[in-house]
Every structure is written in C-alpha cells, then in structure tokens.
Design a protein. Structure first.
Length: 369
C-alpha cells in the first residue's frame, strides 16, 4: 500500500490512519445517502465495508448517486457500488449482499462491525435495523433526508446499556406509516404504494458526510455516549442538535434484560425448545406469523399454516370456496413453550429469530438459513 496515498491524512494530528484501516463498517441501503457514505469511507481508507440492498438501479438514481453510471441501470445497486469502490481504492474489501438485509444480515455478522450506518428510505426498515443493533450492542448511525432537510442520528449501543434507541422517542403517529402498509392483522395491503422521497445530491451528500464523520468518531473511540440527532436545513445551513434519553416503556428496548445472549439454531422446532416452564413463560417471535385460517361461513377444514404474516396480502381473508371476506385468520407473535412443542413440533420457525427472557437475561436464538 502506497504511503503517499494517505500522506495528507497523516498531517492531521488527531487522525489515526491505522485505526481507519482496521475499521469494519456495514452500510444498509445503497441509494443516494448510501453512495455518499460508502464513497467517503473508501476515500478515508476504511478497508472493510459490507453493503446491503435489495434494489436495482433506475435512471432517476443517477442524479444523486456518485457510484452509478448510465450503463448500470437495471443492475443491483450493491454489486455496482462494490465495483466502483474497488476502482476508488484497489485494496478495499467490499462484501456485497443483494437482498433484504433482514435475511442477509445475521446477528453473528453484526457483532463484528464497529458500527452500522442506516441509509434506508422506509420507516419499517429503520425499526428492524434498530432492533438488530440493540440485540448485538452495535453502534447505529441512522440517516434521513427529504428535499431540504438532513437528519443524522447516533445510537451508541456499544458504550452504554441504558442509552435511548430509535424507538424510544417516537410519537404514536410515527407508527401510522406501518399501518398504511399492513392491515390490522399484519397482512400486506395489495393497494399500498410506497411513497418515494424527492431529494437532491446537496441533501444526500451533506447527510453522507456527517454520517461518515460520526463513524470516524466511533472508529477513534471518540463517539458520543448519549443518543443524539443533528437536523440541518441544507439550503440555509441552520442546524439543531437534540439529545435523547431512554424511554423505559419503549416497545423495542424497554423490557430487554441487562444481559443478552445470542445463539443460532436450525429452524426446525425440536430440542432447542425443550426449556422448562420455570425458565420462561413465553417465546416471542421476531415478527408475526399466520397460525391458522378457516372460513366462518363454510365447512372447509381449518388450515394449519405457520408462516410469516407479511408473506400474505389482505386478499387472504377472502374464502376460496364461498368467495366472501369471511376467513378467520389467526396471527400471533407470542407462544407458550407448550404451544410450540405440541402444535408445531417438526415445523420450521419461519422468522429471523425467537426471544425468551429469564430473570436476568434476554436469550435470542437466530434461525440458520
């Protein structure tokens, strides 16, 4: 590696190039902000980046994405981003995961990262990333943009166990975005269309720069020890900083035990669920599942299903026999050990992980692919 490439960095008295070389950072979302974050970290000298995105490049991405070209339209964002980052810095090691991060980013992988930078454009994905980083105590940097404003938040989960998480200070109205996408039973609404956020390179580049700077502080062990947010008007330069305190009633972190253990297991319900009732009273799945379905009007036999509710859309409540909206669908995310072992033994757990709590510890079992 040429020492001349980073020679100017060496003139900065607080900048440790060796620490930057050793950093290992995940970027979830490779759109406008993700492009800027990845480009900045590569130019700074970070040698290990992991990119997660399920999307393909479209023409409108080209005005805001420095790593994409006309000939890249139709190709996966992560693969093109990886290619261009390797052109920027030939010695960089970029791992590209094309698909939903919920399926490709494991808890074991998360534990190896210095931080995760969230560059997604939907609320539900932010909730899930927050959830995973909470469990692994991995520092999280969350970004958000619109046509004018830039928002960057840091959640230093690795520094302290009692810091606020992304959900701690969300108003009830924020969850309406999820309700727009799902019915009351967590079935997808077939008529739902994801609204896209209009923005410019000005907003995304400023956001990407600040997110990379905060990642640099985490690498230097100079990161914040309290959750905070910087909101910037990218056209006037005015900004404000807010600090967050933990909400003990938070749905994400309020009932987590002080100690968290993470294991992995085959998804088949067998011996891994042979806990005694004195250890735990219930097992919580990471997402709701459809347990069964039957028509309240027809005599069709009740179906045992046990699949993720998000795999079904709202038309599932229409009976295939009488064609009426009369299907009674049972959807749950919490089960007793007796239910799991007696009703679903031999079936595969269809979700990312299951959780159960004992007096002093939260136990997570992640399902192996």
């Amino acid at each position: 590696m040429s020492s001349e490439r980073y020679q100017r960095h060496s003139l900065i008295d607080w900048f440790s190039q060796e620490d930057v070389f050793k950093a290992n950072i995940a970027i979830v979302g490779c759109g406008a902000v993700g492009n800027e974050v990845a480009k900045n970290l590569a130019l700074l000298g970070v040698k290990r980046l992991s990119l997660f995105d399920f999307d393909e490049i479209e023409h409108h991405n080209l005005t805001r994405s420095v790593l994409f070209r006309d000939e890249d339209v139709g190709h996966p964002k992560v693969l093109i981003a990886k290619k261009r980052l390797e052109e920027i810095e030939s010695t960089i090691n970029v791992a590209a995961y094309h698909g939903d991060f919920w399926n490709t980013l494991t808890l074991k992988m998360l534990e190896t990262f210095d931080c995760v930078i969230c560059c997604v454009d939907n609320f539900e994905a932010r909730l899930k990333i927050n959830q995973l980083c909470l469990l692994t105590r991995t520092d999280l940097i969350n970004t958000g943009i619109d046509s004018k404003f830039s928002q960057v938040e840091v959640y230093p989960f690795n520094k302290a166990k009692d810091v606020a998480c992304f959900e701690c200070n969300l108003p009830i109205s924020a969850y309406e975005k999820i309700h727009e996408r799902y019915s009351c039973g967590w079935l997808r609404k077939v008529s739902f269309i994801e609204r896209k956020i209009p923005t410019t390179i000005i907003t995304s580049s400023l956001t990407g720069s600040l997110a990379a700077a905060w990642a640099l502080n985490i690498i230097r062990a100079q990161g914040a020890d309290i959750s905070s947010r910087v909101l910037t008007d990218t056209f006037t330069g005015r900004s404000s900083t807010s600090e967050f305190t933990q909400n003990l009633n938070c749905p994400a972190c309020g009932d987590l035990r002080e100690n968290i253990s993470i294991l992995s297991s085959r998804p088949r319900i067998e011996s891994q669920f042979n806990f005694t009732e004195t250890q735990t009273s219930s097992v919580i799945l990471s997402e709701p599942v459809v347990v069964s379905a039957s028509c309240v009007e027809c005599d069709i036999e009740k179906q045992s299903i046990f699949k993720k509710a998000s795999e079904f859309d709202s038309t599932f409540t229409v009976c295939p026999e009488c064609l009426q909206d009369t299907m009674e669908v049972v959807i749950k995310d919490t089960f007793s050990l007796f239910e799991l072992n007696s009703q679903f033994s031999g079936k595969d757990i269809p979700v990312k992980y299951v959780r159960f709590d004992t007096d002093s510890r939260t136990h997570i079992i992640e399902m192996e692919n």
